[in-house]
Design a protein around this ligand. Structure first.
Ligand code: AMP
Length: 204
């Protein structure tokens, strides 16, 4: 299954992607994680990305499109993958469509984690306080506010983009983590139906 998890910073995309990876073997592909690894390794990409990321802005489209294009060719993602943090704007979404069409592939679904802005701000300010001086250079209040602004301006238009293509599924990202996972699984048709022969057999 090929999925996109869409939602603002602090919506829980990373947590949910990890859970789906553990349970179903779809590989979490986080452009943020890949860029942080590139920064840590001091690669060319890392040098380009470092200051941009620290400011909470988007790194150039061609950089992330190139990373994802290479990554989805790797054999370990043959069972599927979850794009977490990509695409971040319409140009990246169009590049992804072209990339997939060129490989004869198609996205299965885009799952939007819907969250309330006010609560999100509280969450991310809490995260900034908790992780002050921590490993992420962009987890300070200023960069987080910038990331949220960039989300609204550049990433939120993807909701309409995927809706018009019949791909969008929205779940309530404000619920408890387990409930959000359950809603995602239900939206993707991954839950076993009660009363199925398998559930009668296993009692689950
Ligand atoms: P994340 O871990 O997804 O919150 O990403 C952290 C930072 O990495 C973002 O604030 C951007 O600077 C950069 N980044 C991650 N993914 C992308 C992307 N698809 N396009 C541009 N910049 C990205």
């Amino acid at each position: 299954m090929k999925l996109i998890l869409l939602g603002p910073p602090g919506a829980g995309k990373g947590t949910q992607a990890k859970r789906l990876e553990d349970k179903y073997g779809f590989v979490q592909l986080s452009t943020g994680d890949m860029l942080r690894a590139a920064v840590a390794a001091g690669t060319e990409v890392g040098k380009i990305a470092e200051t941009i990321m620290a400011r909470g802005e988007l790194v150039p489209n061609e950089v992330v499109v190139g990373i994802i294009s290479d990554r989805i060719e790797q054999p370990d993602v043959s069972r599927g993958y979850i794009l977490d943090g990509f695409p971040r704007n319409v140009a990246q979404a169009e590049a992804l469509d072209q990339m997939l069409a060129g490989k004869g592939m198609e996205l299965d679904a885009v799952v939007e984690l819907g969250v309330d802005d006010g609560i999100l701000l509280q969450r991310i300010e809490g995260r900034a306080a908790e992780t002050a001086g921590g490993p992420r250079a962009d987890d300070n209040a200023e960069a987080l506010a910038k990331r949220l602004k960039v989300y609204h301006e550049q990433t939120a238009p993807l909701i309409a983009y995927y809706k018009s293509r019949g791909k969008l599924k929205t779940v309530d990202g404000m619920k408890e983590m387990d409930e959000v996972t359950r809603q995602i699984e239900a939206a993707l048709g991954l839950l076993k139906k009660k009363g199925s022969w398998l559930s009668r057999l296993t009692g689950k």
